[in-house]
Design a protein around this ligand. Structure first.
Ligand SMILES: *Cc1c(COP(=O)(O)O)cnc(C)c1O
Length: 325
């Protein structure tokens, strides 16, 4: 296995990102404090450049390209936010970008990626293997493949969000983080173990696709079918080698949230905090609210991972469920 990234890599990524990524706000909500009986700190990566934390990992990875790699360009496959992040980072660094995206990705994500000047190639996520398509392009055009999560520079970049959160508010008792392939969760765990070592780190994945929970239970990476969930940023089929190794070592547990829990959390963010959060970005709050972990009196961080969603889809989801959080 390639070397695992460490906290030093997260700290180095923070230096590379300074002045390029937003230092996103940490928001509070009395209603959230009352609901969880805790002090709750929301790290708002829905307000990050390109609308999600993914910009951190992509910019960090692309900044480390050699001059030859920069000339040939970057290829990435993604359900959306990684694509936008690579496209934007590529444009900022003058690196041509080619993105392989699922046909059913939200239209806003495809349009935004093209808007950043990247080439987009669509595929069917239920019948085709995106990784094989990505690798073929990398081979044919000499482009460098930057995977969405299982890459040391990507993991280190993603860890900078939690570093900022703890640098700003001090140590935490619990931190909830969504996961698909686990890049954000593993980077977060590296930052937390160094900066707030006693904090419990909880991964939250969709109930429809709890492969990470199964993987931790079995002690090996479990592969599942593409889960059908509204959390389109977490429709991954398996953890990566690097992310699994870090999660296994540094994360306390993995809990799940149902699509109904996500819609409730989305309504909460809209109504109470005036935040547009995409379904995947709602996983952490939904997990904190519904997983039944004891949080009373604790300092709890919630990583809000992204806010990219078609407005038509957003209003449809908000209208689909009655009642608040
Ligand atoms: C990619 C993404 C995730 C999942 O991140 P991983 O690093 O694959 O675990 C969660 N939320 C949003 C908004 C994303 O774009």
């Amino acid at each position: 296995m390639p070397l695992l990234p460490t906290y030093d890599d997260v700290a180095a990524a923070a230096v590379r990102l300074a002045g390029h990524a937003h230092r996103t706000p940490v928001l509070r909500s009395r209603t959230a404090d009352a609901l969880l009986g805790a002090e709750v700190f929301f790290k708002c990566e829905n307000l990050q450049r390109a609308g999600a934390f993914k910009f951190r990992g992509a910019f960090n990875a692309l900044s480390r390209f050699t001059p030859e790699q920069r000339r040939a360009g970057v290829v990435a496959f993604s359900s959306g936010n990684h694509a936008q992040a690579v496209a934007l980072a590529g444009r900022m660094l003058g690196i041509p970008a080619c993105l392989v995206m699922p046909q059913d990705a939200p239209a806003a994500k495809v349009a935004a990626t093209r808007g950043y000047g990247a080439e987009v190639i669509l595929f069917d996520r239920y019948t085709e293997d995106r990784e094989a398509i990505g690798r073929r392009l990398a081979h044919e055009r000499g482009m460098t493949l930057v995977p969405p999560y299982d890459h040391a520079d990507v993991i280190a970049g993603q860890g900078t969000a939690a570093k900022e959160l703890i640098d700003e508010v001090g140590s935490l008792d619990d931190l909830f983080v969504c996961l698909g392939g686990g890049g954000l969760l593993s980077g977060t765990a590296l930052a937390v173990r160094a900066l707030s070592p006693h904090c419990r780190v909880h991964g939250v994945e969709p109930e429809a696709g709890n492969d990470a929970q199964q993987s931790l239970a079995r002690g090996e990476i479990v592969h599942i079918e593409t889960p059908r969930t509204i959390a389109d940023g977490a429709q991954t089929q398996h953890l990566g080698e690097l992310t699994f190794a870090i999660i296994r070592r540094d994360v306390n547990d993995i809990v799940t949230a149902s699509d109904g829990d996500l819609v409730q959390a989305m309504r909460f963010f809209a109504e109470r905090m005036k935040l547009v959060v995409e379904p995947t970005g709602c996983l952490a709050l939904a997990g904190a609210r519904h997983a039944g972990l004891p949080l009373a009196g604790r300092r709890v961080g919630i990583l809000v991972s992204g806010g990219n969603i078609d407005l038509a889809r957003y209003s449809e989801l908000l209208a689909s469920e009655r009642g608040g959080l």
